[in-house]
Design a protein around this ligand. Structure first.
Ligand code: ADP
Ligand code: MG
Length: 502
């Protein structure tokens, strides 16, 4: 009897234990699902909200053009008032300096939007030149350029001045299309005697010392400008360029009379490329999560580049890492919390994208990455599905916000079919012109889901009737080939450099 009683009570105890475990694990699972739900809600980008972002972007652009410091958008003048038409002819050069390597390029243009097939040479800058004297750096660059010209089918002794586009990706205060003053060095460079000096002039002097008959026609301090040049070269309806890679930025073609902060700006074209520095855009309408707030607070530039931190390749993977970490802390569905989850940037965006785009039924790529990259082995399929969902939410938000930013630009210049920033006319009254936007950067070109979400959002925001007239063109290498096209459109044999401040 006693035995039986014991048996029964043990059986009851075991059953109670199993039920208890199930309830516990369901509770944990519910907690994780709760984290996901909360993420989804705070990342919500309904069309209504995206339209608010569109309006905020257009308003901020206006404010940034009205006065210096009038907006988080700097809206910088580039002095580029002439974009290539496609009819350019001749040989043009570019020099791209922005990191440890530099590139020299040559393009031969045959008119009629001929294909671009640049000759390119890349080489590292010797380390000692990065921290030495500016003369030595520029002499080294001039010598490399000299050899490059010599090696090609172009003559170094030619009496005809060659035109050069110089991409210099450092903080520069631009003073004309072909001049600018270095504010500070970044990355591995520290050449003190150069700070506060005019950059293109320093290169020009080195070219002259070397006996190279070449003119620095354009100083390009931001690669978006080369991207819009490339875009316009291939497609005359190009009005803006957007880069979505490690970081994000945009520029566009603006009427000079709209650049209110620079009264009396006169250009022959009546327009100028404005570098928005849109990575720093901010609006209370942006859907922000606790993960964004933490990422920003722990970044080296808190309160800066808020838009970029939601959109670009530098950050997306890290947002996803933070969500997985939160889930892992809330429950044990990912096993014990992996120390890798605490490491900033342990999950890079391309790796995150690979999980997102894993289309195997068992999500084996997700399993592999979780194990190899984040040291989270053997988690059940439903947890792997959850990870894919996190990637989806974060990337979808990024792509949709980028689309809203693009429509914001179109709205500012009256190309969104709504009659511009002041509104008034109804959509049906406005005849929409074909409008092209040049896009560069791996997020758009390499990440299919990102690209598709961006297109989908453009359609939703603009409506299909208007969106039909908006074309996105992929462009490559604004900082190199783009700079050589700018040298062509600003060459002395073509137009005169005639921007005046009166
Ligand atoms: P950069 O912006 O540095 O000039 P890219 O335009 O190639 O160069 O962008 C690089 C960034 O794009 C990387 O930081 C990375 O986060 C992201 N990236 C690269 N490949 C992919 C990919 N396949 N999927 C998603 N993101 C990617
Ligand atoms: Mg780039």
């Amino acid at each position: 009897m006693g035995k039986v009683v014991l048996g029964v009570s043990v059986g009851v105890a075991v059953a109670a234990l199993v039920v208890g475990r199930r309830v516990k694990s369901r509770k944990k699972w519910n907690r994780v699902v709760g984290v996901l739900k909360e993420l989804e809600e705070s990342c919500e980008t309904t069309v209504g909200r995206l339209r608010q972002v569109v309006d905020a972007m257009a308003v901020e652009m206006h404010a940034g053009l009205a006065s210096e410091g009038g907006s988080k958008l700097k809206m910088l003048l580039t002095f580029v008032d002439n974009l290539p038409s496609g009819s350019e002819k001749g040989i043009f050069y570019a020099l791209d300096l922005g990191g440890t390597n530099f590139r020299v390029l040559r393009v031969e243009l045959g008119g009629q939007r001929s294909d671009l097939d640049p000759d390119v040479e890349q080489q590292p800058i010797p380390e000692q030149l990065m921290t030495g004297r500016s003369e030595d750096l520029f002499d080294f660059i001039a010598s490399s350029l000299y050899r490059f010209v010599e090696k090609g089918n172009d003559s170094v002794q030619s009496p005809v001045t060659k035109e050069l586009g110089f991409t210099f990706s450092f903080p520069v205060k631009q003073t004309s299309v072909s001049s600018g003053v270095l504010i500070k060095w970044t990355k591995a460079f520290a050449i003190n005697d150069m700070v506060g000096k005019e950059v293109a002039g320093a290169l020009q002097q080195a070219l002259t010392r070397k006996g190279l008959n070449m003119r620095v026609a354009v100083l390009q301090v931001n690669d978006t400008v080369g991207t819009i040049a490339l875009g316009r070269y291939h497609d005359e309806d190009t009005v803006a360029a957007v880069i979505i890679g490690t970081g994000t930025n945009a520029c566009y073609w603006e009427r000079t009379d709209a650049i209110i902060k620079c009264q009396g700006l006169v250009t022959t074209s009546g327009s100028m490329v404005v570098n928005m520095e849109w990575g720093n855009f901010w609006s209370s309408h942006l859907p922000r999560t606790s993960y964004d707030i933490e990422l920003d607070a722990e970044s080296p530039n808190p309160n800066d580049q808020g838009f970029e931190k939601m959109i670009s390749g530098m950050y997306l993977g890290d947002i996803v890492r933070r969500v997985i970490l939160r889930m892992s802390e809330e429950s044990d569905i990912f096993g014990p919390v992996s120390f890798r989850l605490y490491m900033p940037f342990a999950l890079r965006t391309p790796v995150m994208a690979a999980m997102h785009e894993d289309d195997s039924p068992e999500l084996m790529e997700v399993a592999r990455i979780l194990k190899d990259v984040l040291d989270i082995p053997d988690i059940p399929l439903k947890a792997r599905k959850l990870v894919v969902k996190i990637c989806d939410v974060v990337t979808r938000r990024a792509a949709r916000l980028a689309a809203a930013g693009i429509v914001g630009i179109l709205k500012k210049i009256g190309r969104d079919g709504s009659g511009g920033i002041t509104g008034g006319r109804s959509r049906s009254d406005v005849k929409m012109r074909r409008t092209a936007v040049a896009v560069e950067g791996s997020l758009y070109t390499q990440y299919t889901m990102f690209r598709e979400y961006l297109h989908e959002a453009l359609n939703e925001i603009l409506g299909e009737d208007i969106a039909r007239h908006v074309v996105i063109n992929v462009t490559e290498d604004g900082s190199g080939t783009g700079a050589s096209l700018l040298a062509a459109s600003h060459s002395s044999s073509g137009t005169v450099d005639n921007i005046q401040l009166v």
